[in-house]
Unconditional design. Structure first.
Length: 294
């Protein structure tokens, strides 16, 4: 039976941390999920990804797999970790691998496992024992304002209250909502935003300004999660300068701040008048050398 290199399947080194394995799995699972990827072989790839994650995300199963290695058939049969053959929610028990490989079943004694998939909102999940773990991508606005979201896990619809100030990596617990009576644990992540990026409770953004705004300073409007505010730009602001809007980040006992990085945008000289304006500027600043003195 062919050895399956689970590390290679997930594209991580053998010394990868649990967090690195988790990130690699989520990325690949989204890419190859059959509901999203109709390419030939995507479904088989998705099964292999789930199989690899099922082993490498569990400390005991990973240790067992690492101990046997590629020569597992030539060595002593390894006993699977306690509880491995207890079956999976929904009735999967020993000998029912749900489409996973013979190598997987042989290596771990044919025990059941908790499946993995995506709900309609794009959250992936892997149930285990009584509790069910899931990841839920929300917008930064959801965290800033608080929200209620409806998600689907398997064939079940759940309403989730998003509290104000929840941060990426934190978990929302839905008591008693798992199929076997356990809790649903939703790990929060932030969906990509066109303007903002979260850093803990702080928010990072880039603001385009004109050369005259940079040189002369003055008030400029800045978008925030709570709406546009006015920032007093200091005269002589250079590209890359970072200014802080205190308390304009995600809410909390101590609210985060918003950090604004300046980017100077030079307008094109398209008309004769515009070209003349630049010529006059060059004449007026003839002694200025942005590359330093040579």
């Amino acid at each position: 039976m062919e050895y399956k290199d689970y590390y290679k399947i997930l594209g991580v080194p053998r010394e990868a941390s649990a967090a690195e394995i988790k990130r690699a799995y989520r990325k690949l699972a989204r890419e190859f999920h059959p509901d999203k990827n109709k390419a030939k072989g995507a479904e088989d790839k998705f099964k292999s990804i789930n199989e690899a994650n099922e082993v490498l995300s569990d400390e005991k199963k990973r240790a067992a797999y690492d101990q046997l290695g590629p020569n597992w058939q030539n060595g002593q049969r390894f006993s699977p970790p306690p509880g491995w053959s207890h079956g999976r929610p929904g009735g999967m028990g020993a000998g029912d691998s749900g489409g996973f490989s013979d190598f997987f079943s042989s290596l771990f004694g044919g025990g059941g496992f908790a499946g993995a998939g995506f709900d309609e909102a794009g959250s992936n999940f892997a149930g285990g024992n009584r509790d069910q773990h899931a990841s839920l991508a929300i917008s930064l606005e959801d965290s800033f304002e608080g929200a209620t979201r409806s998600i689907t896990l398997g064939n079940r619809n759940l309403n989730v209250r998003i509290p104000k100030g929840v941060m990426a990596g934190q978990t929302i617990r839905l008591p008693g909502q798992a199929p076997r009576g356990g809790d649903v644990l939703l790990e929060i992540s932030f969906a990509p935003h066109p303007k903002f990026k979260a850093d803990g409770r702080d928010i990072q953004t880039t603001l385009n300004i004109t050369p005259w705004e940079a040189a002369l300073g003055g008030p400029v409007p800045v978008p925030t999660l709570g709406g546009a505010v006015e920032l007093n730009l200091p005269a002589g602001t250079t590209a890359g300068r970072r200014l802080r809007l205190k308390g304009r980040g995600l809410p909390g006992t101590t609210p985060g701040d918003q950090f604004v990085t300046m980017q100077i945008v030079v307008p094109p000289a398209e008309t004769e008048a515009q070209k003349n304006a630049y010529e006059q500027m060059r004449a007026l600043f003839i002694g200025f050398n942005p590359r330093g003195q040579t």
